[in-house]
Design a protein around this ligand. Structure first.
Ligand SMILES: [Zn+2]
Length: 288
């Protein structure tokens, strides 16, 4: 099945009170592990690509070629969206050109007027080309490609303004942050989430920084209108832990254990296990 945009899968998720996972990719192993797991669990899935990861993978054209090749060769029949994560204005345009099926324009660091003007322009292009588009209001804390924010809460009225521009989905800051959560983290602000949901109605809401948010908070967030949850760091930690174990046990020194196809295999299995666990928690299994 060719790439699809994220609109239909998220509309269904919002109506069905579950969430679709966005799993960020870094290379071939990541992509293959996520696609195979989504297929195995009969779940829709969103592959996230940050601008940094896009550069690392030799540019957006390479990413589109790799993902489309896998969809065909691995016989993937579940809906898959290829989505730019935290795109700049220029990055969004480049991904639309390269064949992504979905983009996020992160204008949260612009004054609201400028965020609105740029979002409007990109909404029109995405509408014409059939892509879905995510906007962000209220910066999400933690590190985003080198920029560290504190995890502020979005203004529900600003959320309504941006939602009314015709975006497909809206990321609203509700105290969530990227990367690992600090010991003294105050938790998600469900009051903010409820207020945003009330103002934006059927708009699918997006929760960034899904790594390490306790399962009960995830479930509550889904019940309050979150339909897309971004997972990135958790797959990286799972990969790192499994790879470290392989090397520490000296397996790379035994036989052909140095072969990258063997060396990276435990990490791939660890990513699959993480994705499986998230799909179960988010409730998107068998919703393809
Ligand atoms: Zn994010």
């Amino acid at each position: 099945m060719p790439l699809v945009n994220a609109k239909e899968m998220l509309t269904k998720a919002k109506a069905g009170h579950y969430a679709v996972g966005q799993f960020n990719i870094n290379n071939l192993e990541w992509t293959k592990a996520i696609l195979l797991t989504a297929q195995e669990m009969n779940s829709p899935v969103i592959l996230g690509v940050s601008e940094g990861a896009g550069k690392y993978m030799c540019g957006y054209n390479t990413v589109v070629g790799m993902v489309e090749g896998m969809l065909e060769t691995l016989n993937i029949t579940v809906p898959v969206a290829l989505h730019l994560d935290h795109g700049s204005y220029e990055g969004a345009k480049a991904c639309i050109e390269a064949g992504f099926s979905s983009i996020m324009f992160d204008g949260s660091h612009y004054p609201i007027d400028e965020n609105i003007a740029k979002t409007k322009e990109l909404v029109a292009i995405c509408e014409e080309k059939g892509l879905s588009i995510e906007a962000e209001v209220g910066s999400i804390g933690g590190e985003e490609d080198g920029v560290v924010g504190a995890g502020e809460c979005a203004d529900p009225d600003e959320c309504k303004m941006i939602a009314d521009l015709g975006v497909t989905m809206l990321a609203a800051g509700i105290g969530n942050i990227h990367g690992k959560y600090p010991e003294n983290w105050a938790g998600l602000s469900f009051e903010t989430l409820a207020a945003v949901q009330e103002k934006t109605g059927t708009m699918p809401l997006v929760l960034h920084g899904g790594t390490g948010i306790p399962a009960d908070m995830i479930k509550k967030a889904i019940s309050l209108g979150v339909s897309k949850i971004n997972v990135n760091t958790e797959c990286q930690l799972a990969f790192q832990e499994a790879t470290r174990k392989y090397i520490e046990e000296g397996k790379d020194l035994q036989g052909k254990g140095f072969d990258p196809r063997k060396l990276l295999a435990p990490g791939v299995e660890a990513i699959k296990a993480t994705v499986r666990e998230k799909i179960e928690l988010f409730g998107s299994a068998n919703k393809a």
